[in-house]
Design a protein around this ligand. Structure first.
Ligand code: MG
Length: 351
């Protein structure tokens, strides 16, 4: 058998995102997020992708780089055979959803550039219907949370606050002292007792909260189902819903799901998840990790499919190496640019 060269060239560059604020959740705290930037080249066109990997999820820059550089793309002559191509990438190794997302994003970017169209247009979506994004406030001492909320008041139409710490109610009251902006709450599995969780949700419902994300550990399906039955607010699965197949377990346990490109292995499966969830009568939020404007730009292409949007990831980063969609009137909407609509600020892939 002759050894033919691949029509594709793939380059990967590890990059460390510096966060503007220490980011503290119920179970972790950090000031940086490792990411892996990807360039997929063929026929003079370059598509960009990214694998953003908050450490608590278990993927690493080295692991993602090894996964991506060991892909054998020689048999994929037709760049439009995306179903077969992405299925082969998924089969290449178990897990590693962020690494798989990086390839999916780069391939979509390449195809959109080849066609000269942004993906929201190829999907027939109206970006003018993009819901406003929330701005995330991590777990902070109440006075710090109040300052952050006051500083961001007017720029965003909702704040997503992280609870599950020792001072939840004091933090909510401090934020409420600074702004009447609607709130969303993410507990990151931080509450253990379902009766206590229901009391917290009822207390939050009286304070302008729109929904509660992952209030209890994802394994506690019976408790979550009980809480969902009794809750005055929608209860959403984030940690409890990673990929499409997880949707089978959601109805009756949660009111809805949080879809993220880095969990869902990219745009292709994330889009299916958003559409399937809606068909099942579930609410949807399109969220993100702390990530560059590359992955955020990709997510904005799907944003019109979601009920709620939380795409502030690049706004939390001090050294964003991509230019992409910007915040306007509280909305981060897709750009006119072809593909995913992001460009590197410098030649990240030189040398
Ligand atoms: Mg979450």
């Amino acid at each position: 058998m002759t050894h033919r060269p691949s029509p594709w060239q793939l380059a990967v560059v590890p990059y460390t995102l510096e966060l503007r604020q220490r980011f503290t959740l119920a179970n972790s705290s950090r000031t940086t997020t490792p990411t892996l930037l990807v360039a997929l080249r063929r026929d003079g066109i370059c598509g960009y992708g990214e694998a953003a990997m908050p450490p608590y999820l278990g993927e690493t820059q080295a692991g993602a780089a090894a996964f991506l550089t060991s892909l054998d793309l020689r048999s994929f002559d037709d760049p439009f055979a995306t179903a077969a191509l992405l299925a082969a990438v998924d089969r290449h190794a178990p897990g590693q959803p962020a690494a798989k997302a990086a390839f999916d994003l780069a391939l979509h970017d390449w195809l959109g550039k080849r066609l000269g169209q942004p993906w929201h247009r190829l999907l027939g979506l109206d970006r003018a219907t993009t819901p406003p994004t929330s701005y995330t406030i991590g777990i902070h001492p109440p006075d710090v949370a109040r300052e952050l909320a006051a500083a961001m008041h007017g720029r965003f139409r909702s704040f997503k606050i992280k609870l599950g710490g020792p001072t939840d109610r004091a933090m909510v009251e401090a934020i409420r002292a600074a702004t009447d902006t609607p709130l969303r709450v993410d507990v990151n599995q931080g509450w253990i007792d379902r009766e206590a969780a229901l009391r917290e949700v009822e207390w939050l419902a009286a304070r302008g909260v729109q929904f509660v994300e992952q209030p209890m550990p994802k394994e506690r399906l019976d408790d979550l189902a009980w809480l969902t039955r009794h809750s005055p607010l929608p209860i959403l699965a984030d940690e409890g819903c990673q990929r499409l197949a997880d949707l089978r377990r959601i109805p009756g346990v949660y009111h809805g799901i949080v879809v993220k490109l880095m969990k869902a292995t990219g745009l292709r499966e994330a889009r299916t998840m958003l559409e399937t969830a809606r068909a099942l009568g579930l609410s949807t939020m399109l969220g993100c990790m702390t990530e560059t404007s590359c992955a955020i730009a990709a997510a904005t292409q799907l944003a019109p499919l979601a009920d709620w949007v939380d795409l502030d990831g690049a706004l939390l980063v001090a050294n964003d190496p991509f230019v992409g969609p910007v915040l306007q009137d509280g909305v981060v909407a897709a750009t006119d640019g072809p593909g995913i609509g992001a460009a590197p600020v410098a030649d990240l892939f030189a040398g």
